[in-house]
Design a protein around this ligand. Sequence first.
Ligand code: GUN
Ligand code: ZN
Length: 438
Amino acid sequence: MKPAFSAPPDRRALYGDVLDMVAQPTLEDPASLGPRYRPAHWLLMERGRIHAVQAEEPDASWTQERHPGRLILPGFIDTHVHAAQLDVIGAWGAALLDWLERHTFPAEARMADPAHAAFISGLFLDGLLAAGTTAAMVFPTVHKGSVEALFEAAEARGMRLIAGKVLMDRHAPANLRDDVVQAERDCGDLIERWHGQGRLSYAVTPRFAPTSSPAQLAMAGELMTLRPELYMQTHVAENRDEVRWVAELFPEARSYLDVYERFGLLGPRAMLAHGIWLDASDRALLHERGAALAFCPSSNLFLGSGLFDWRAARQSGCAVTVGCDVGGGTSLSMLRTLADGYKVQALAGRRVTAWDLLDAATRGAAEALGLGHEIGSFDVGTLADVVVWDRARSPVEQRRQAVAQDLHEAVFAWLTVAGEDHVVSTRVAGVERYRRSS
Ligand code: GUN
Ligand code: ZN
């Protein structure tokens, strides 16, 4: 029997500067409401859930962990990333369509090997955790086994993960093409096995309009009509050559986005990556359908795709979330991605704030995915996906933090300068899954 004074292992209290978002901030206004900052507080986690945030030191029934001066944030939610593309991060010299052919498709083909798929899936999820990301919407590959491997690895880590078999039956190498009948069968099996299993959900995943035949897009749309509780993820209007190609392939569609609309793929659980080359009618349609956009700034810069218009998206009422989009993006770190997000908007004369960026990567993403009751904030009862961050790792950073005049200045400078090496500890449903060594 345990001695009476030992704290139960399922009651843990973290001490530090607790920061989360409670409402969507007014875009480009650093003084906006939205952030909830509770410095020198205790975050209490019981049986994997947020129990309370309080100033008083908890009693001896709580195991204490002190992080004075450190930030404690909800785990980041990455709404667009490709597990199989770790091998092509930083691949030189190509825009989207060439990059897919030259670098990405060969790397994805290797996922046919179950041992490789298991290895990459583990490496990928551990990389997310080490970067402070605890939930993600992920593209595996066309291979059924790549989805199994990813879900198995996520389940082993207790992570909130949304993924599905990539659908592509044309304009891809033969070893990456499926067909409508086999794809439908694979989707059915995977949905049966994984959707709603613990923290896992299935997303119908047509890669993008050019790589699915009309028959395959119709199958995907029928699946969404039959099972509206599923998610849908794809790419849209990322690159101008891609947009022209889609117009040639689907001359009857009003726009690239309209292809997905025609096949019944747009709904409140749809996540569309990029959306750079949309027009006002497209944005209004996204809003009407309740679909969300994943802004992928690092990828958009690296592939030279263009500058996403966050302000226009906000004005249309459409939700904006953020994806690192590795391997088009160059880092699994949402912090680096958010810093790129600021710079992309700045290039177009818009100045998003630390609150806009943090919200899009936590509370706002959770809301867009219908998961606000589970992740994205420290509301009592949500799952304890919690990351402890250093504010500064070098004398220069310490100096920058020391001269900050207010909370927004400090958090924005941190967000701009810090990286994944600032993660001290990452917890998923209360369980520590990453701890920085030394
Ligand atoms: N469009 C279709 N496939 C992809 C992909 O893998 N990455 C990016 N960035 N865009 C895409
Ligand atoms: Zn992508």
